[in-house]
Design a protein around this ligand. Structure first.
Ligand SMILES: [Zn+2]
Length: 364
């Protein structure tokens, strides 16, 4: 049997135009409204992070632009082929991450004359909306993670919302609608997207190449959000948790645990190897914090089945209340110190050595 650290890391986003699962109800509702010519000009698709809202919103847009639409896009016709090739002139996706930015600044939304001087490489919303429909149908602006819009960007977008151009549909997608101006919230129709049911979430993980024996645990760790579960899979979270559990049970010494964590395969974003290593340490520390907190909840009488890490808490519950509180404090302190640019190994050693089961036994 291959060791868990040699597992291939699943890829997120390799099913870019795959049919979203678990969102049929509201997607079909929007296409029906479009067929009856009653589609609102501005929508805000909101719901928990990682449930596939953006993919679904993009699918809705495709269904508006498809030659046989409005309805589920065929992915075969000329319009759909252009969508796939990212050359459809009537869809503009505003996406901070894809542009390598953390925030959506006003440059993304600028008027045509300002867009030229802003240094922004892509097409701005203002520029896009100054053009006529190339294919005679809808024009769609899709804003991914709208909570990333800064105040100037929100004010610029507000003007667009106030003066809707005929045939234009503005779709914002967000997990934090409260980050957006009240004036924006009041001008859009809210569409609530919920997490898909557990079986659909599992099918999605399977389609992304997550190994079957990890799927249940990951779905639970991610509280049913398939996007979050995929992110955890990419970070080798099941294997990380195995190491943490073996350490807490006293099977693996602190230094050996740290070394094994550093060797796990996985994708940890960062601009330098040191930054990637710190991101890896951060993932492990976050996991530890969740597990320590879950152990406290279990001890306080919350049912094991309701806890994301319920099935692996025994070695943590074996700590006394005092030891566990102290351990949680150590991990919280180290987690804060991730920002101090310390090396990943140093961080992990401090957390593990400072709360290891052997320290617990010495105290007694
Ligand atoms: Zn089509």
């Amino acid at each position: 049997m291959p060791s868990k650290s040699t597992k291939k890391t699943p890829k997120v986003g390799n099913l870019e135009w795959a049919q979203p699962m678990g969102h049929d109800g509201w997607m079909e509702g929007l296409w029906r409204a479009a067929k009856a010519d009653r589609l609102p000009h501005a929508l805000m698709v909101q719901g928990p992070a990682g449930i596939g809202k953006f993919m679904a919103a993009k699918w809705v847009a495709a269904g508006l632009l498809c030659d046989s639409g409005p309805g589920a896009p065929c992915m075969q016709c000329g319009a759909c082929r252009r969508l796939r090739a990212k050359t459809h002139p009537d869809l503009l996706v505003v996406d901070a991450k894809a542009s390598g930015m953390d925030a959506l600044t006003v440059a993304f939304f600028a008027e045509r004359k300002e867009a030229r001087t802003s240094g922004f490489q892509g097409m701005s919303v203002g520029e896009f909306l100054s053009l006529r429909s190339a294919e005679g149908g809808y024009r769609v602006v899709l804003v991914r993670e709208a909570e990333r819009m800064n105040l100037n960007a929100q004010n610029a977008f507000l003007k667009t919302l106030e003066e809707p151009a005929p045939g234009t549909v503005l779709i914002m997608e967000t997990c934090m609608p409260a980050r957006l101006l009240e004036t924006i919230q009041s001008r859009v129709i809210m569409v609530r997207a919920g997490a898909p049911d557990a079986n659909i979430a599992k099918t999605i993980l399977h389609a992304h190449g997550v190994e079957s024996d990890d799927i249940d645990g990951l779905t639970r760790m991610a509280m049913g959000s398939p996007g979050r579960a995929l992110e955890l899979a990419q970070r080798s979270m099941p294997a990380m948790r195995d190491l943490l559990v073996r350490w807490a049970a006293g099977e693996l010494e602190s230094v050996a645990t740290r070394a094994a964590v550093m060797e796990l395969s996985g994708k940890f974003p960062g601009k330098t190897p040191a930054a990637e290593a710190r991101e890896r340490a951060k993932s492990f520390l976050d996991l530890g914090l969740e597990v320590w907190r879950d152990a406290g909840r279990l001890d306080a009488g919350i049912a094991r089945e309701l806890l994301p890490h319920g099935e692996c808490l025994d070695p943590f519950v074996a700590y006394s209340d005092t030891d566990r509180t102290r351990a949680l404090q150590v991990w919280m302190q180290v987690r804060q110190d991730v920002n101090l640019n310390l090396g990943a190994e140093t961080l992990l050693d401090r957390a593990l050595l400072g709360s290891a089961p052997e320290t617990k036994r010495v105290q007694r």
